[in-house]
Write a protein that binds this ligand. Structure first.
Ligand code: NAD
Ligand code: IPM
Ligand code: MN
Length: 342
């Protein structure tokens, strides 16, 4: 029997409420087949408020030795925005070189979409995960003076873009063979032009895959007016962040949206997390939808090659939503309903 070593970082707010549900789903789906060796890491707001630590080197080193990471959410209104997000979540994505941020959106039967006629929605956003405006390049000078200057520089490397572009085309080969590059090349002419040229060059290696291009502003329109046109959406770090929250809303809410922060070369563990945050507005009340966390657990299993148990979780979620997706349920109730089906 194989043992999987999994780092668990519940984090903050509803992250603490949905992560145990994802773990329970992992346990049930792999029962008798895999030994799950969890190590929970006390990282996030409570830890920071207690001892000032965000992600100590020794924790990062231990995490590097795991097969995968299950993360809930990070961020707390008591702590200045950015400290935990950059110091914990982005630090993990960068240190573990998780260059593919994979974010599927599927409209399940039984979910009420805010769109009256959404059609068949089933696309994946391949969001670059380690570059762009997220790098932290830039700075502030003359703070709190009228002459204050603040800059954020978008870093795009040919190496970083090419590897995620290639991943998107490979993924498209296993899907409906269509890639849409989303950028803003009419304004961001340096990075946009480089992304487009790399896409055109890599596309030659995949003659069966069609590709087209949309500016980000237009993409936000088509995502609500014609979401069924998309198969693989390929985009940079910030555009991908924004587009995937919109995509979540289109398929019934971010409570259904899972993600994988993938190191596709397997040099480091990949990390699986709902795309939503710590939701301070509903935290502590047992209202969070744990489905996104459960679907993230399925992505974790699939990434490690356990397609059977991953299918079992996906199937249970699909059946649960079809049966009860339109009813309002507590976290515990959704958890019980899904677990009963695995
Ligand atoms: P959010 O995703 O936490 O919440 C946005 C809205 O969606 C809220 O109304 C919330 O109640 C609702 N929502 C989110 N997840 C839900 C779920 N599972 N079930 C039901 N409703 C849900 O985004 P925000 O409010 O912009 O951010 C809150 C904090 O989370 C911030 O500190 C932010 O930086 C952080 N954040 C972290 C992550 C992450 O850890 N991956 C992602 C996004 C935001
Ligand atoms: C997400 C979040 C993060 C991001 C933040 C919290 C750093 O919004 O995972 O979508 O922007 O990537
Ligand atoms: Mn986001």
């Amino acid at each position: 029997k194989k043992t999987l070593r999994i780092a668990v970082i519940p984090g903050d707010g509803i992250g603490k409420e949905v992560t145990p549900v994802a773990q329970a789903a992992l346990d049930k789906a792999t029962e008798g087949m895999v030994d799950l060796d969890y190590e929970s890491f006390d990282l996030g707001a409570e830890r920071y408020l207690r001892d000032g630590q965000i992600l100590p080197d020794e924790d990062l080193e231990r995490i590097k030795g795991k097969d995968a990471i299950l993360l809930g959410a990070v961020g707390d209104p008591r702590i200045k925005a950015g400290i935990l997000e950059r110091g914990l979540l982005l630090k993990l994505r960068f240190a573990l070189d998780q260059y593919v941020n994979l974010r599927p959106s599927k409209l399940y039967r039984g979910v009420t979409s805010p769109l009256s006629d959404p059609g068949d929605v089933d696309f994946v956003v391949v969001r670059e995960g380690t570059e762009g405006l997220y790098c932290g390049a830039g700075g502030a000078i003359r703070r709190d003076t009228p002459a204050e200057v603040a800059t954020e520089v978008s870093i795009n490397t040919a190496y970083g873009v090419e590897r995620v572009v290639r991943y998107a085309f490979q993924l498209a080969m296993r899907r409906r063979r269509h890639v849409t590059l989303v950028h803003k090349k009419n304004v961001l002419v340096n990075a946009g032009d480089m992304w487009q040229r790399i896409v055109d060059r890599v596309a030659k290696e995949f003659p069966e895959v069609d590709h087209d291009y949309l500016h980000i502003d237009a993409a936000t329109i088509f995502l609500v007016s014609q979401p069924s046109r998309f198969d693989v959406i390929l985009t940079d770090n910030l555009f991908g962040d924004i587009l995937t929250d919109e995509a979540g809303a289109v398929v019934g809410g971010v409570g259904y949206s899972a993600s994988g922060c993938i190191n596709a070369t397997n040099d480091y563990p990949s990390m699986f997390e709902p795309i939503h945050g710590s939701a301070p507005d509903i935290a502590g009340r047992g209202l969070a939808n744990p489905t996104a966390a459960v679907l993230s657990a399925a992505m974790l299993l699939r990434h490690l090659g356990f397609d059977g148990p991953a299918d079992a979780i996906d199937g249970a979620v699909e059946a649960d939503i079809e049966e009860s997706g339109s009813t309002s349920r507590s976290t515990d109730q959704v958890a019980a309903d899904i677990l009963a089906r695995i």
